[in-house]
Design a protein around this ligand. Structure first.
Ligand SMILES: Cc1cc2nc3c(=O)[nH]c(=O)nc-3n(C[C@H](O)[C@H](O)[C@H](O)COP(=O)(O)OP(=O)(O)OC[C@H]3O[C@@H](n4cnc5c(N)ncnc54)[C@H](O)[C@@H]3O)c2cc1C
Length: 399
């Protein structure tokens, strides 16, 4: 990709971070005719990859931006409970896709550049200051840029929101992932085990011919736990070698208290717009980036940059995904209280009562929207509430 290096001048929008959210904003805003500059701290867009690249079918329908990056379709998965027993779940239609995350980010950045967005790679935004009539951005090379508005799309762990007084994401979890060589794996495998992935789950996802991603999110020791999983998969003959490079990344589990300021918007992982159930953040980040585009377009076209106008961004993205984030986080906390024995018991109840079959047939079951299915699942499990040590006020249970 050709990189255009430009000197300092007033931009309409500067975007810190060329990930899914930042590139989408650049693409849309440049397409609307705005002068856009994107800063990316790494020299290559999309790298290092800290993502498995699974998206729901709805994401691809709504954002037809993944051409050339789709590696496979998902319509079934094998779920492994702590005792090792397997439950296969499937639906007739395609539920999701596995995408090459680096190729997606690069492709979207190229689209944005074709619309006129400028990119500065290897350029880290160190600081932002909101002045009366502009935002000033300072990069690691001590260069200064000025813009009418700015977007923080720096992903997980960015300190920029905190520096601007927007607080920190409410909770987070760390993940570890490795690419492995495989002989034969056709379906996604998911492992529930509080020893292996405390508070979360682990995954084994086929990507290209002979390759797969193995990873987990964990409240404790993600690297050590992943090594244990790799050893176990190796012993089972599922992977060629456990000696592979592990990469680390985190995800926010609760959003930032405030995601806007006069002239500034925070979007994607930096704002905590991630499903707390699965750790998926591509779709929710894009949905919120869509709201951010509307807000910035309204501000720039009217030449009005009040805090009130920018506050509509937060109101609108919360209308879209706020309930999902709250219900998903609640479910996550309930799951974290379970022992392996209790998780096995839940699988027993689900299988013996055929609950999985009724959930799989439920129109509420969606790859991306988990609130309703969580409440339906909890309703089924409510009679066993005491067995799992869940509080009385579990939604779906008797009050
Ligand atoms: C192990 C793992 C697996 C995951 N798997 C999935 C999955 O299967 N499906 C899914 O939907 N989600 C998944 N996620 C979450 C997903 O990766 C994120 O939600 C998504 O990448 C968020 O996009 P973003 O644009 O907000 O941030 P990012 O994609 O993280 O992009 C932020 C960009 O900003 C750059 N940057 C950071 N700081 C600065 C700075 N100061 N100046 C300039 N540039 C900066 C970074 O280099 C990066 O390129 C996974 C996460 C992890 C850790």
């Amino acid at each position: 990709m050709e990189i255009v290096r430009v000197g300092s001048s007033l931009y309409d929008v500067v975007i810190a971070g060329a990930g899914a959210a930042g590139n989408y904003l650049a693409y849309k805003l440049a397409g609307l005719g705005y002068k856009v500059m994107v800063f990316e701290e790494h020299e290559r867009i999309g790298e290092p990859v800290q993502c498995t690249g699974i998206i729901g079918a709805e994401c691809l329908d709504r954002f037809p931006l993944f051409e050339g990056a789709v590696l496979g379709e998902v319509s079934s998965a094998k779920l492994f409970r702590p005792s090792g027993k397997e439950l296969r779940v499937s639906r007739d239609s395609v539920q999701g896709y596995i995408v090459d995350r680096a190729a997606f980010d690069r492709g979207l950045a190229e689209k944005a550049q074709r619309q006129g967005a400028q990119y500065l790679l290897g350029s880290r935004v160190e600081d932002m200051a909101v002045l009366d009539n502009r935002v000033r951005i300072e990069t690691a090379g001590a260069e200064t840029f000025e813009a009418k508005t700015a977007v923080i799309a720096c992903g997980f762990g960015s300190k920029l929101p905190q520096r601007l007084g927007l607080g920190e994401v409410g909770d987070l979890i760390m993940g570890a992932q490795a690419e492995v060589s495989v002989d034969d794996i056709e379906e996604i495998e998911v492992y529930f085990n509080q020893g292996l992935a405390p508070g979360f789950f682990a995954w084994f996802v086929p990507t290209t011919e002979g390759r797969a991603l193995v990873g987990l999110f964990s409240r404790r020791n993600p690297g050590t736990n992943l090594r244990d999983l790799l050893e176990s998969l190796f012993r089972q003959g599922k992977i060629a070698t456990p000696e592979v490079k592990i990469s680390y990344g985190g995800i926010p589990l609760r959003p930032l208290p405030k995601t806007y300021l006069r002239r500034v918007i925070v979007v994607g992982d930096a704002a905590g717009q991630v499903k707390p159930t699965t750790g998926g953040g591509i779709y929710y980040g894009l949905l919120c980036a869509e709201v951010a585009v509307d807000t910035l377009h309204r501000a720039l076209s009217a030449d009005r940059f009040s805090e009130r106008l920018f506050s509509r961004y937060q109101k609108e993205w919360k209308q879209r995904i706020g309930r999902e984030l709250r219900t998903g986080y609640f479910a996550r906390r309930l799951y974290e209280r379970l022992t392996n024995h209790q998780i096995d018991k839940i699988f027993d109840i689900i299988e013996s009562r055929g609950i999985h079959r009724s959930l799989l047939q439920s129109p509420d079951l969606s790859f991306d929207w988990h609130g309703d299915i969580i409440l339906e699942g909890l309703k089924h499990l409510a009679p066993w509430r005491r067995l799992f040590g869940w509080p009385r006020n579990v939604p779906g249970g008797k009050r």
